[in-house]
Each structure stands twice: as C-alpha cells, then as structure tokens.
Design a protein around this ligand. Structure first.
Ligand SMILES: [Zn+2]
Ligand SMILES: [Zn+2]
Length: 135
C-alpha cells in the first residue's frame, strides 16, 4: 500500500489527504484537460480523498459522468471525480511531494497538439484505448 499523501491548493484554503492507488502519474492530452489546466494535466488516481474545507471548493460538471473541482479563492485545479464518486483523481502537482510519482502513461494522444512531446518513456494511449481500459 502507498502511504496517504497530503496536498493543498496555491493559497492554502483547501488542504487534503488521499491514498494514491499506485506510484504512477498519468498525463492527459484531451481537449477538456488542456483547457481546464491551461497546460497538460498530470493526475494520480486515488482512494479515500478527504478534503478539509469543502465549502471552498468550486465544481464544474464537464461531462455526463464527471466533475472538475477547484479552489474558489486561488483557482487551483485540484480534483476530477466521477459523479457517483466511484473514481477520484488528484492533480499530481497539488500534492506536497509531486516528484515521488513515476510518469507512466499518457492518455488521449490522438488529441495532443503537434507542438510538444514529452521525452519520458511512457505508455501512450488514444482516447479510445484509454476509455476501454478505465470505463
Ligand atoms: Zn486556494
Ligand atoms: Zn483528459
């Protein structure tokens, strides 16, 4: 088991703990994640996400099955979760120690713009391949 990890938003209004499902961190190149993050989204699937100050959390339902959560004060993008809370994903850079995770996979490479590419050796999946595996 991976130990529980702590994290917080930029301003500190929201602090959280979560248990990472593994040491792996994935990138998502899909249009929604790039729009929301303003870059490339790096995420860690977790269980048992506990948030200290839910009233500070803004929510945007970005699809029929999921919502994106952020700090209302500083705008930090923090979590994606399924509406039924069956899947919880933490933005890796929101953790206090994001460098501990291994960059292992990239999703939605078919939506990736042509003007960047990561040198890390990762498993690359199209949106179709990713959805087949995780839904
Ligand atoms: Zn904040
Ligand atoms: Zn995405």
């Amino acid at each position: 088991m991976i130990p529980y990890q702590q994290g917080q938003c930029l301003c500190g209004a929201i602090k959280f703990t979560a248990q990472p499902a593994s040491n792996n961190m994935d990138a998502c190149h899909c249009t929604q994640c790039r729009k929301w993050s303003g870059g490339v989204l790096f995420a860690v699937p977790c269980t048992d996400l506990k948030i200290n100050n839910e009233s500070q959390l803004g929510a945007y339902q970005s699809s029929d099955w999921g919502e994106r959560l952020f700090c209302k004060t500083c705008g930090s993008n923090l979590f994606w979760r399924a509406l039924d809370q069956s899947i919880q994903v933490v933005m890796s850079q929101a953790f206090d120690e994001p460098g501990q995770f291994t960059f292992s996979a990239e999703a939605f490479v078919d939506e990736q713009p042509g003007n960047y590419a990561f040198a890390n050796c990762t498993r690359k999946m199209t949106g179709e391949e990713f959805m087949a595996e995780y839904s």
